[in-house]
Ligand binder design. Structure first.
Ligand code: NAG
Ligand code: NAG
Ligand code: NAG
Ligand code: NAG
Ligand code: NAG
Ligand code: NAG
Ligand code: NAG
Length: 467
């Protein structure tokens, strides 16, 4: 198999399931902890059940205050699933953020979908930056991506709220079609540091069917992948897939072996960036009925970085082999080989595999009591400042207007030290919530219609300019 063959195939297959409606049985499956937002969808018609997956989608409008709703071009409707027909675009402001409620410390699969669909009739594909809280996640360049693009990570939030921000970088307005969060088990997809960005998740099958919820209780999307160099094996028998990874039966009940039974099974791809650290999860199950004199045994080899010898997939039961430490492929890319051992009478077999690269989100967000305080102030005085979204102090170049922060180092959360609400149309009394900004040094409340006396607490604030 030629180098990066898989990678290109992967791109083509990426949004395959959006094209053509696959009839799925809509069963009453739990969607516990799932967040499924259809961006730009009218709140009056929300929630609804996505006919192709049975997933319950809601409008995004209570998770963001800015942006406008639009629909993709009508003649493209048939190409996409319902949640991708509307979108939210952001003609105003540099940074626009969703603020989601999550459970701190839980491992989440976070998937974002972007489909331009010529919603503005301009036929100009947008490009912009995506941020997770204060950290840059990825540049989204939609040029030529008429089928849209997806971005997926497995990430453990450090707080009970998670900001997903779209940042304008040029003349085009950022867009987003859907936001999906799925809680995973905390004992799977564990990294030494950082989060996992999906390179691909495939099952070896020559079908066209994408496997996801409700086949996969965690709604991981398994894309079919096959090549003319493979031979397919399938089974109708039940496969025991219980325990930890819970790879869906639908993704395990087919497998590939090399067409040339004495040659190794090879898959190669190029991680992005090429020096990224890689985590690999290989899922095996023996789904062929073996005769008494038949054996299947092989070694798993990744040139110079990973060796696992004498693998025999258990009969109708899942075996997952993964790298406990991140792997670093060489500059030519990653090359996974399954090599038949001399005693094996059968070629190697593989049912499904997942590859991820490490992505770091290192910045500590602004001190959380400062964040709570400033959000309360924003709500109390009904301040509608477009830049007041996401983290107040970070990244520094996108920090909120009329607000100053102190920055020590990357491992110390920034503090809010000044606030200028001059001429901000404030009315009513001076609220005691202002004192919750514990490190404030400068506060300007001039040129507003505030009434009542100046509260005592303000006297304690150093170098205060109060007019
Ligand atoms: C979009 O998907 C269709 C159907 O799978 C495919 O024929 C087409 O090449 C894809 N377009 C791009 C730009 O990938
Ligand atoms: C399935 O596998 C699990 C873990 O290996 C085991 O405990 C369980 O008994 C198996 N179930 C069946 C029906 O074989
Ligand atoms: C099959 O693979 C073996 C070992 O790699 C090789 O020697 C042989 O030439 C291959 N046969 C064909 C028909 O490609
Ligand atoms: C296994 O046994 C069957 C008959 O029982 C025979 O046809 C076959 O060639 C044997 N296979 C091997 C690899 O010895
Ligand atoms: C893997 O095994 C090969 C020989 O089978 C050996 O040369 C190589 O050093 C091993 N690599 C690792 C990372 O263990
Ligand atoms: C606050 O902003 C106003 C104008 O926006 C400016 O005139 C004033 O000097 C600022 N206050 C401080 C303390 O910098
Ligand atoms: C107070 O704000 C008004 C508009 O809100 C502006 O016209 C005026 O110049 C401001 N005065 C001062 C002293 O900043």
């Amino acid at each position: 198999m030629v180098l990066s063959y898989v990678y290109y195939e992967m791109k083509c297959h990426l949004l395959l399931a959006m094209i053509g409606a696959f009839a799925v049985m809509v069963v009453a499956q739990k969607q516990e902890g799932f967040i499924s937002l259809d961006c730009g969808f009218p709140i009056e018609e929300s929630p609804y059940s996505d006919p192709s997956t049975g997933l319950t989608f809601t409008s995004d409008s209570t998770f963001i205050q800015t942006g406008k709703s639009a629909r993709i071009e009508k003649q493209l409707n048939q190409n996409f699933r319902k949640p991708y027909l509307t979108l939210r675009y952001f003609p105003e402001g540099k940074r626009n953020c969703y603020s989601l409620n999550v459970n701190r410390g839980t491992n989440y699969l976070i998937s974002l979908t972007f489909i331009y669909g010529n919603y503005d009739d301009l036929n100009v594909y947008p490009n912009f930056d995506l941020y997770l809280g204060p950290d840059k996640w990825r540049r989204i360049d939609m040029e030529g991506r008429s089928n849209g693009t997806k971005e997926e990570i497995i990430h453990i939030p450090r707080k009970n709220s998670l900001d997903i921000c779209l940042v304008r970088t040029g003349t085009t307005s950022p867009i987003i079609s859907a936001i999906e969060l799925r809680p995973l088990r905390n004992d799977t997809y564990v990294t030494h540091s950082g989060s996992l960005r999906r390179s691909f998740r495939v099952y070896l099958s020559n079908s066209e069917r994408e496997v996801r919820f409700a086949d996969d209780m965690y709604d991981r999307i398994w894309t079919p992948f096959f090549s003319s160099r493979f031979t397919q094996i399938t089974t109708n028998l039940n496969i025991n897939t219980s325990d930890t990874f819970e790879v869906p039966k639908a993704a395990l009940s087919s497998a590939a072996t090399p067409r040339n039974a004495s040659a190794p099974f090879i898959i190669s791809w190029k991680p992005i960036p090429s020096d990224a650290e890689v985590y690999l999860y290989l899922h095996f199950a023996e789904i062929q009925t073996l005769q008494a004199n038949e054996t299947r045994e092989f070694d798993i080899i990744m040139k110079g970085v990973f060796n696992q010898s004498g693998i025999t997939p258990p009969k109708l039961e899942r075996l997952t082999v993964f790298s406990a430490v991140p792997l670093q492929c060489d500059l030519d890319g990653c090359r996974l080989e399954l090599v038949r051992t001399p005693k094996s009478t059968l070629p190697p077999l593989i049912n499904a595999l997942e590859a991820y690269t490490i992505i770091e989100f290192p910045q500590l967000e602004t001190n959380s009591s400062d964040v709570v305080a400033i959000k309360n102030i924003k709500a109390t005085y009904r301040l509608s400042k477009i830049s007041w979204q996401g983290d107040p102090c970070l990244p520094q170049e996108l920090s909120w207007e009329n607000l100053g922060c102190s920055y020590a180092n990357i491992s110390t959360p920034p503090r809010i030290i000044s606030l200028n609400l001059s001429a901000s149309g404030l009315t009513g009394s001076i609220s005691p919530i202002l004192q919750n900004l514990a490190h404030i040094q400068e506060l300007d409340l001039s040129n507003n219609s505030l009434t009542g006396s100046v509260p005592k607490f303000l006297a304690n604030i150093k170098s205060l300019s109060l007019m």
